[in-house]
Design a protein around this ligand. Structure first.
Ligand code: MN
Length: 328
């Protein structure tokens, strides 16, 4: 069975050095991050061997770009462009194994829209990945309109990926904890997942999808808690005086896709399957932060019918990203 994964990250050595310098951070003794970084900065042999070992046919590459926003705008835009060129080289070298999502610095939304156009029209990228808030602002802010216009005009999905929270949020919610627990709780241990669920709801309730009716958004991590909470959010938000043309749940069902990245246990999957449906769930790993073999075992163990497995493993990705269909 062909298997395509959509939240598979890479980075550039120069970008990692710039981020470490910006945060005065030394990760040389962090064994986990050292291993992750070797894989992040490889777009060839190591990555392909990991994919082969777990029978992953294609990765859609994306920059691990959650820290870009913390660099000054010209540096961030330059790194995003370099990352896009590096991913384009990998796709050219291995066109059946890799596709790519554009990396953007959204500090200048007009320039980001132009870079997205370059990535889709010239480099043949299949979408774009954005990371959390920008300068503390969610992407429903009017200043990001040029970005959303470009995504709709180019007919590519937007993958909304988490990023560390804005500084005031970190200060209020995640300080007063020992060692690195505050950082971990603010990111993959909890915080950035619920922030991304909130971000998705903000896009919905501010009418973004009425303004851009063809827009499709992908969220990872089994839906960033939304499948679990959608019914209540829908009920409560529908009582608001601010009326939408469709319900929150309708907009979610019509404009969102969910990937399995990093979530490899059955209960959240079954919740997503019931709330989102097999037509809008896509298999993903979150390489190299999550172990590829865990994801593979999870996909192979799903107690659902074979037709739905095919949708989740590759058919939904082929349709959403307009990938050439190949027999495997
Ligand atoms: Mn990720």
């Amino acid at each position: 069975m062909r298997t395509i994964t959509l939240e598979e990250h890479c980075s550039l050595p120069a970008l990692l050095r710039a981020i470490d310098a910006r945060f005065q951070r030394d990760l040389t003794t962090n064994e986990f991050m050292q291993k992750v970084r070797v894989k992040l900065t490889d777009l060839g042999q190591i990555r392909l061997a990991d994919m082969d070992a777990a029978h992953i046919d294609m990765q859609v590459l994306s920059l691990a770009g959650g820290d870009l926003d913390h660099l000054d705008a010209p540096a961030a835009a330059s790194f995003a462009r370099d990352a896009n060129d590096a991913m384009a080289d990998a796709v050219r070298a291995h066109p059946t194994r890799f596709a790519a999502f554009a990396a953007l610095s959204l500090q200048d939304p007009e320039a980001a829209a132009r870079e997205l156009e370059r990535c889709v029209r010239q480099l043949r990228f299949v979408g774009v990945m954005v990371n959390g808030t920008v300068g503390g602002q969610f992407l429903d802010h009017p200043r990001f309109t040029p970005f959303w216009e470009a995504a709709q005009a180019l007919d590519v999905p937007v993958y909304l990926h988490p990023a560390p929270p804005p500084a005031p949020v970190f200060q209020s919610y995640f300080t007063g904890l020992p060692e690195d627990l505050g950082f971990m709780l603010s990111t993959a241990g909890w915080g950035w997942h619920v922030e991304t669920g909130l971000h998705a709801l903000r896009l919905i309730v501010t009418g973004l999808f009425d303004r851009f009716p063809r827009l499709q958004v992908i969220i990872g991590h089994m839906g960033e808690n939304l499948p679990y909470s959608l019914a209540r959010a829908n009920a409560v938000l529908s009582r608001s005086g601010h009326k939408l043309s469709r319900s929150v749940a309708e907009i979610f069902h019509q404009h969102f896709h969910v990937t399995t990245s990093g979530y490899f246990t059955l209960p959240p999957f079954l919740c997503a399957l019931q709330m989102v449906g097999a037509d809008r769930i896509l298999f993903s790993i979150d390489y190299p932060f999550s172990p590829t073999e865990f994801g593979r075992r999870f996909l192979d163990s799903l107690p659902i019918n074979p037709a739905d497995i095919e949708k989740i493993a590759h058919e939904n990705a082929e349709r959403l990203l307009k990938l050439p269909v190949r027999a495997n």
